[in-house]
Design a protein around this ligand. Structure first.
Ligand code: CAA
Length: 247
């Protein structure tokens, strides 16, 4: 297979780590983008090396800030070469019932989970089109598909991710660049295990498969969409949610 250069945002989080590993297993060169305030990049890199993933290339940048992203992607290209595969994975939650939600919590989630797609994709999409090959994979969420009480900000952003994906897919379809979304259900990462225990239990009970996803199950979906043979798949949302959104 052809080795590609992949840039993964939010790379050092629960889902990001699994995505980096899945792409590395396919033989790709993986640039692991992390927030400048994340204090343990070296530790993460050491852990990855201990698991056999020695070649991740770290770059720092705040995906919610265009100027920071411009520098981050320039750094990535300098270290690894032009980006062939972009995984827009960075995301946060600021869960509150809407009646109690502050504008700050709304803005933080919209900026990090949705406006980041403008900031990061803008740096790479035209160049992918010029080269005639590219994969843009955006991480949405089951809660963008079905809505979730306590997450008007997050559900709006993640539904926005799907709209962005479908629109950009049409713009780039004739240029060899596919744009798809993966909509994970509840995955066993810190973001999910931080939910209050009783609420989490009722969430797991509501999942037809009665369990959380393993991060690797999401990584695999991303690697699938990044494959050469996914070249006819564009504008799609791949639901990986244990059956949750079909209820
Ligand atoms: N639907 C409708 N109303 C609900 C509700 C629901 N699912 N859950 C709670 N409520 C109501 C409660 O009955 C309560 O109403 P009253 O005040 O009238 O009694 C009110 O909302 C407040 O509920 P809480 O006691 O839960 O309020 P809280 O302030 O302690 O907690 C919350 C609010 C933080 C949003 C909490 O409900 C929560 O964590 N909910 C889960 C949200 C969730 O699923 N987040 C996903 C995070 S993981 C992720 O996002 C990854 C991914 O992509 C899947």
């Amino acid at each position: 297979m052809t080795q590609r250069v992949a840039l993964v945002t939010g790379a050092m989080g629960g889902l990001g780590t699994a995505i980096c590993q899945a792409l590395a297993k396919k033989g790709h060169k993986v640039v692991a983008a992390y927030h400048p305030q994340f204090d343990k990049p070296e530790e993460w890199l050491k852990e990855q090396a201990a698991e056999g993933f020695k070649d991740f290339i770290p770059v720092a940048g705040d995906v919610s800030d265009l100027a920071s992203v411009e520098k981050m992607v320039a750094d990535a290209v300098e270290k690894a070469g032009p980006i062939d595969i972009l995984v827009n994975n960075a995301g946060i939650t600021r869960d509150k019932m809407f009646a109690k939600m502050e504008r700050e919590q709304w803005d933080a989630v919209i900026n990090t989970n949705l406006s980041s797609l403008f900031n990061v994709t803008k740096q790479v999409s035209a160049k992918m089109a010029e080269r005639g090959w590219g994969r843009i994979i955006n991480i949405s969420s089951v809660n963008g598909v079905k809505g979730q009480a306590g997450q008007t900000n997050y559900s709006a952003a993640k539904a926005g991710v799907i709209g962005f994906t479908k629109a950009l897919a049409q713009e780039l379809a004739a240029k060899g660049v596919t744009v798809n979304a993966v909509a994970p259900g509840y995955v066993a990462t810190k973001m999910v295990t931080a939910i209050r225990e009783d609420i989490l239990k009722s969430i797991v009970d509501s999942v037809p498969m009665k369990r959380l996803a393993k991060p690797e199950e999401i990584g695999f979906a991303v690697a699938f969409l990044a494959d050469d043979l996914s070249g006819f798949t564009t504008g799609a949302t791949l639901n990986v949610n244990g059956g949750l959104n079909y209820q």
